[in-house]
Design a protein around this ligand. Sequence first.
Ligand SMILES: NC(=O)c1ccc[n+]([C@@H]2O[C@H](COP(=O)([O-])OP(=O)(O)OC[C@H]3O[C@@H](n4cnc5c(N)ncnc54)[C@H](O)[C@@H]3O)[C@@H](O)[C@H]2O)c1
Length: 340
Amino acid sequence: MHIGVVGCGYWGPNLVRNLSENRLCTRLSICDLETHKLERLRLRYPAASFFTDYAEMLAQPDLSAVMIATPPAVHHPLAKQALARGLHLFVEKPFVAASEQGEELIRLAAEQGRSIAVGHTFLFSPPVVKTREIVDRGELGKVYYISSTRVNLGLHQKDISVVWDLAPHDLSMIMYWLGEVPVEVLATGKDFVQPGIPDVAFIFLRFASGAIAHIQVSWLAPSKLRRTTIVGSAKMLVYDDTENLEQVKIYDKGVNYKDPDSFGEYQLSYRTGDIVSPRLENYEPLAAEVNDFLTAIRDGRRPRTDGLDGLRVVRVLEAAERSLSNSGHAEVIDDEPGVR
Ligand SMILES: NC(=O)c1ccc[n+]([C@@H]2O[C@H](COP(=O)([O-])OP(=O)(O)OC[C@H]3O[C@@H](n4cnc5c(N)ncnc54)[C@H](O)[C@@H]3O)[C@@H](O)[C@H]2O)c1
């Protein structure tokens, strides 16, 4: 398949590298507005074709699909152009800047019989997949709550807040683990460095199952933390993405409440058992994601993270943003079919 990549800033070159290492991609076209970025890639991929004009890249008759890694503000117009050409589409997270744009792209793709994949890369990551297996087989019991921290002294984006930049990762993982979308979102945050662009945010989610979740995202923190805790009725799990070894740990810890035999005599029993770190597979998540996109096209099946998954995340981001600019007011998310 002949695959085009548009946007070769920080992330796009990772897509290019993984395409170049995948046998299903037989030809590569690469597009960016800035020639110096293309020149760097031309040295490494001399057989690829290079474009500064996106329409020119799309005009090639044998192109099968386009992967978009530009700033989110231009995901929608670039995606629309690709679908108008009848191409399969991969769009980096966040899928689009507004849910109506996502709904339109999903409709256009369905009309064309084309797939849309959305770059929720973490859903291809071994610790995240393992965590889903652990939750699914009920090892943690009923999930009570999830708490996620994604902070560092990060690159301040010029056009989107930290919510749109970092929270898509946690939202996509939490919805994947729980198999449901939140029904209510509350968020607070602040623009400490650039006026109008929040760089710190605290997001609260409430789910119909009774689970609750909290996400802290920040570009303004002294050290890099990528840590999620899942507390269940039976066990607890910690996933730390900054760990080299033992990224997932299951703690056999908990508190049991024993109904009182007589009034006022309730008892709590605390349990502190083993800590187990499951064996994880070792592969690059982005390689798995790119391979899933290409095999989905080849086999005519839906990609593992598709446009609807992207749209669900965008809906929560919008609700979080509304809440954030409305003093943390609780925003209800419309009824949605389950994620699974
Ligand atoms: N999946 C992940 O883990 C992950 C990680 C980082 C970034 N991302 C996503 O990747 C996307 C790109 O992020 P980035 O940090 O690389 O941004 P960036 O600003 O570093 O790069 C974007 C590039 O797009 C180019 N561009 C913009 N408009 C264009 C157009 N019309 N035609 C051709 N080129 C155009 C720019 O010249 C620039 O080189 C974002 O959506 C971001 O959220 C995903």
